[in-house]
Design a protein around this ligand. Structure first.
Ligand SMILES: NC(=O)c1ccc[n+]([C@@H]2O[C@H](COP(=O)([O-])OP(=O)(O)OC[C@H]3O[C@@H](n4cnc5c(N)ncnc54)[C@H](OP(=O)(O)O)[C@@H]3O)[C@@H](O)[C@H]2O)c1
Length: 269
């Protein structure tokens, strides 16, 4: 397959590029600020906010599959409008769009694919708007909602734990719960979904619901850090009003995947 990874220079995008190249696919990938390894993909600069540039990139790379893993948390034009630009330009090609558990408020705690988004902050609203745009433009697209993405080091969550264990000020919430996923499991699942006849919303997160503090402790133990330096705290302590407990129910999606979506207690151990 010819695969275009939009946001291939990011944490998840980079792993998709690696796995797609290792699988023998012809890979093109985009970046905004820094290209990735030249041996793995043909790299192209792309700003998703530029609709014409998105259209040209997809026309010129002529991919069978487009995976959109690009976003900027605080930038609606990238996260929402940019996703719409990709969906419109990818018409007639297989599209996998990466979304987030941030589309949910946490009021219901556990969410299956059928749940209606009820975002409570701008990033979640932008991801929900992106989903709506993608579904409207291409009902056959896969929209893959995921949760905290962790690896074997290198993710922002792992970097935060290292910095807190090193004495930086801050707390890790005991009442903010997510279903972290390993970046390798997630990338493999997305490539599987790309190569399937699945369409619509899919939940692709890890099997364990853990608090940010428990995740921090797991990472600290794995990396030999002093876990006693990770200060537990509650969202209310710092006036955090975003989603607290959001768990993606992935059972339905897992049934269609060969890739096993491991839980954090297993993959960080
Ligand atoms: N990280 C998580 O824990 C998490 C949790 C739930 C869902 N997600 C979803 O997973 C996906 C990937 O997340 P990630 O953590 O891998 O993100 P990331 O590491 O921050 O990578 C973001 C990518 O988007 C690119 N980008 C940013 N602004 C752009 C723009 N205006 N035009 C084109 N490209 C732009 C970046 O390019 P440069 O790096 O070259 O600037 C980078 O390639 C996103 O859809 C996110 O919503 C992530």
């Amino acid at each position: 397959m010819r695969i275009l990874v939009v946001g291939g220079s990011g944490f998840l995008g980079g792993e998709i590029v690696r796995q797609a190249a290792a699988g023998g696919h012809v890979v093109a990938a985009t970046y905004l600020s820094n290209p990735g390894p030249p041996d793995l993909a043909g790299w192209r600069p792309l700003d998703l906010r530029d609709r014409t540039a998105v259209t040209e990139t997809i026309r010129e790379t002529a991919p069978d599959v487009v995976v959109n893993a690009a976003y900027r948390q605080s930038d609606w034009p990238t996260t929402a409008d940019g996703a719409a630009h990709v969906a419109a330009a990818a018409t007639g090609r297989r599209l996998v769009h990466v979304s987030s558990d941030a589309v949910f408020s946490g009021a219901a705690v556990t969410y299956a694919e059928e749940a209606i988004p009820d975002p409570v902050y701008p990033y979640g609203a932008a991801k929900a708007a992106a989903e709506t745009a993608v579904r409207a433009v291409d009902p056959t697209a896969v929209i893959a909602r995921t949760s905290l993405i962790v690896g074997d080091g290198g993710s922002p969550h792992e970097r935060l734990v290292h910095s807190l264990a090193g004495g930086a000020p801050g707390i890790l919430f005991t009442d903010a719960v997510r279903c972290p996923v390993h970046v390798r499991d997630l990338a493999a699942a997305l490539l599987e979904l790309a190569d399937s006849d699945r369409s619509g919303i899919h939940h692709v997160a890890g099997a364990d619901a853990v608090s940010r503090h428990e995740l921090g402790i797991l990472i600290a133990r794995r990396d030999g850090l002093d876990e006693t330096r990770l200060t537990p705290g509650r969202c209310a302590d710092v006036g955090f009003t975003g989603p607290r407990d959001v768990r993606l129910d992935c059972a339905q999606t897992q049934r269609h995947l060969k890739t096993r979506l491991r839980g954090a207690r297993e993959f960080v151990a």
